[in-house]
Ligand binder design. Structure first.
Ligand SMILES: [Zn+2]
Length: 190
């Protein structure tokens, strides 16, 4: 079975034939492990520094009936890091030539924010699941008390569960809300 990776474009690339905006491209240029790469990621390739050509397939409005392979896009690799996906070779070469440590710092900042968000979400999820598991092991009476206005001071550990307990699937509801939130600036609160 053919495996591939996906490269997500920093901004959409327009099909020159039909105008469709493409958000990403599938590629077999890397490890083919169904990984999604975006600008800022280190990519597994032998090209340490240069431009990799890839074909952007498009159905040109045929709604998936037929695919055309008449356009290219270019992965720009700077010291092993994907720094841009360009729609034409000149832009790609230009980016490679002009990219410097200052630009790298902006990529790093974005990644750092993403890392903080992920860490904070993981910690919140871990603590929520732990409370939920404990809650599930309580007797029906205790659970009822925690859900009601009669909850006691010792029930404070379950306070994060309360907004979700009336949902059909509390964990799923919590996860959905967590995924939508941005905790990148709140790392230190947990
Ligand atoms: Zn097209």
């Amino acid at each position: 079975m053919g495996m591939f990776d996906t490269v997500v474009f920093p901004k959409p690339i327009k099909c020159v034939t039909c105008g469709k905006l493409h958000l990403d491209v599938q590629t077999k240029q890397f490890d083919k492990t169904m990984t999604s790469y975006k600008v800022g990621d280190i990519v597994p390739t032998n090209v340490i520094h240069g431009v990799i050509e890839e074909i952007l397939s498009c159905d040109h409005g045929s709604e998936g009936e037929k695919y055309y392979f008449d356009q290219k896009c270019y992965f720009v690799i700077w010291h092993g890091i994907l720094i841009e996906v360009a729609g034409n070779i000149d832009k790609a070469k230009n980016k490679l030539e002009l990219f410097g440590v200052g630009d790298l710092f902006f990529l790093y900042q974005a990644l750092f924010k993403e890392r903080n968000d992920f860490q904070a979400k993981y910690r919140r999820l871990k603590s929520w699941v732990k409370s939920y598991r404990e809650f599930e092991q309580l007797s029906k009476e205790e659970q009822q008390r925690i859900r009601s206005e009669d909850r006691e001071l010792k029930d404070i550990g379950y306070i994060d569960l309360l907004p979700y307990l009336s949902e059909e699937n509390p964990l799923l509801s919590f996860l959905e809300e967590l995924e939508e939130s941005d905790l990148s600036d709140k790392t230190l609160l947990f």
